[in-house]
Structure formats: structure tokens, C-alpha cells
Design a protein around this ligand. Structure first.
Ligand SMILES: [Zn+2]
Length: 284
């Protein structure tokens, strides 16, 4: 019980569980070394189609890390999508979704034409390098949306406030077997259903028991942040990106792949299905 509470504190409550980007060993996780040079190359390969810049650099142990901002040039588009990847650095597959997403946008301009899309990745490059959930100072960025002690949470807020997306998608991974996505209560139930159907059509293994226990009334693969979870996070004082988005009245989806899956494609693919479903099904 004491161990469980410690884990709960570390993963849900504490905005700063460590003082440095330590590797996590509480759960089984399959992580690969991240090749930053290759990543940069893969992103900039699309520079004739997108606006790409390093929106921020972080220095850690004499190395400079870049956070990229990538945007479609589709400024006339009416709908705006903002995507954050690799907020938790050890969830490395989420960063790898981005070049694949860019390739898909490039080769299917018609499919994406109604959307202006802005992507920030990796939000936490130092964590990505160190295979750590935390940033260079040991913060869990996704618990820092109250006091905003990290530059990283401020960066995300700033992007939200300036870009004013219709939809915000944050890519994550989790220790629970199978894929799932969490919707805040701004997301329509119809869209939620359509995304779930797309995942089922492709036979994606869906997560049944997130948070260790099965929550009554929840379906496999999807969780809605309704009254119960709101009360829960209010009582415990949990301040996530989703909470910030909800306060700003912005629709938010957090998609979560299974981080112990060895086949990285299987971790990437369902995130792509969520992104594509939002693009084709939003508001319809
Ligand atoms: Zn995460």
C-alpha cells in the first residue's frame, strides 16, 4: 500500500519528483536511444512544405537541444490543430510520430486542406536524451500547470494562447497494455466514437484497465474526463495540460500508446489514426 501511494505521489501529484532527468525503473518500459541528428534531418526534409524552426534551445551538460516548431503553410484554413509530442522524454515513440505525420500531410494535401496544423516536438528533448520522464531539473512537465515553474509548461501555454487551436492533441505513452485516448469534456461524444471506431477498424489493441483498476462505466480504449475525474484531480491538486486546456475552453485529446511494446510501429500507428480521425471527423 505504501509503495502504491509512493507511485501515486510520484506519477500524479508531484510536479518535481526528482532533481535531474533520471531514468525511470518503476514499470517495465522499452526505450531506444534517440538519434537527434537523424530526427533533425527527418524533420527538415519537409522544409519546402512546412515552416520549421527551433522555437527554443536547451543547454544540458554542454549539449544543445532543440525544440522544433513545425507548421503547415495553410494559413487560410479555418480549423486549427496543435500537437505536442515527447512531453515525457522516455515516451520516445511519440516524437517519432511526427516525421510520419509530416509525410502524411505532405502526400495528402487534400485530406488536410481544411486544417492549419502546428506541431511542437520534442517538448522535452533532455528527457528524450536521458530516457527520462522528467525535464533537465527533474520536473514532470505535465504536472506543472499550476505554478508554471518550468519553461516547458510555459512554452505550451504560450502556444495555446497565441495559436488558439480548435483541437489540442498531446501524444503520450503509458505502462498499461493497449492503446487509449483521453478526451476532455469539450470533445464531442460523436468525435470520440468516430476515433474509437477507426481504432477498432484497424484492430488496435485497446487498453482496458488504465490506472491499475478498471473504472466503472469506461469503455476499452477511451476515457472521458468527466465529473468524477475532475473531482479527483481537484481534490489531489493535479494540474495537467488538459486541465489548462479545459480552463481555456479548448478541446483536448491525450493519446497514449503502450510503452513496453517492442514493435515501435505498433506504438506509432494508433497515434496516427487519432490524428487522422480528428482531421477527417472533427465537426462532422
Ligand atoms: Zn506521458
Amino acid at each position: 500500500m505504501k509503495k502504491l501511494f509512493k507511485l501515486f505521489y510520484k506519477y500524479y501529484l508531484s510536479p518535481r519528483p526528482e532533481v535531474s532527468p533520471v531514468k525511470q525503473d518503476d514499470f517495465e518500459m522499452y526505450v531506444e536511444n534517440f538519434n537527434f541528428e537523424k530526427y533533425r534531418k527527418n524533420i527538415f526534409a519537409f522544409q519546402n512544405k512546412f515552416s520549421i524552426e527551433a522555437v527554443k534551445t536547451i543547454e544540458y551538460k554542454n549539449e544543445v537541444f532543440e525544440i522544433f516548431k513545425i507548421e503547415t503553410r495553410n494559413k487560410q484554413a479555418k480549423k486549427k490543430l496543435l500537437v505536442f509530442a515527447a512531453v515525457h522524454g522516455n515516451e520516445f515513440a511519440t516524437a517519432l510520430v511526427i516525421p510520419i505525420f509530416l509525410a502524411d500531410i505532405s502526400s495528402n494535401p487534400d485530406f488536410y486542406r481544411e486544417w492549419q496544423i502546428r506541431i511542437i516536438s520534442p517538448i522535452n528533448p533532455v528527457g528524450l536524451k536521458c530516457q527520462s520522464r522528467y525535464n533537465k531539473d527533474g520536473y514532470d512537465i505535465n504536472r506543472d500547470f499550476k505554478k508554471f515553474e518550468t519553461e516547458d509548461s510555459k512554452l505550451q501555454c504560450n502556444e495555446i494562447d497565441v495559436f488558439k487551436p480548435d483541437m489540442l492533441i498531446s501524444l503520450h505513452e503509458h505502462p498499461f497494455k493497449g492503446f487509449m485516448f483521453l478526451c476532455n469534456d469539450k470533445v464531442s461524444r460523436l468525435l470520440q466514437k468516430k476515433i474509437l471506431n477507426k481504432l477498432k477498424e484497424k484492430n488496435i489493441l485497446l487498453c482496458r484497465t488504465p490506472f491499475i483498476v478498471k473504472i466503472p462505466g469506461t469503455k476499452a480504449g477511451v476515457m472521458r474526463i468527466g465529473v468524477l475525474l475532475k473531482v479527483f484531480r481537484f481534490i489531489f491538486g493535479i494540474y495537467t495540460l488538459e486541465r489548462y486546456a479545459s480552463k481555456k475552453n479548448i478541446e483536448n485529446i491525450t493519446s497514449e500508446s503502450y510503452w513496453n511494446e517492442r514493435d515501435i510501429e505498433k506504438r506509432i500507428f494508433p497515434h496516427m489514426l487519432v490524428l487522422r480521425s480528428v482531421v477527417s471527423d472533427y465537426g462532422k
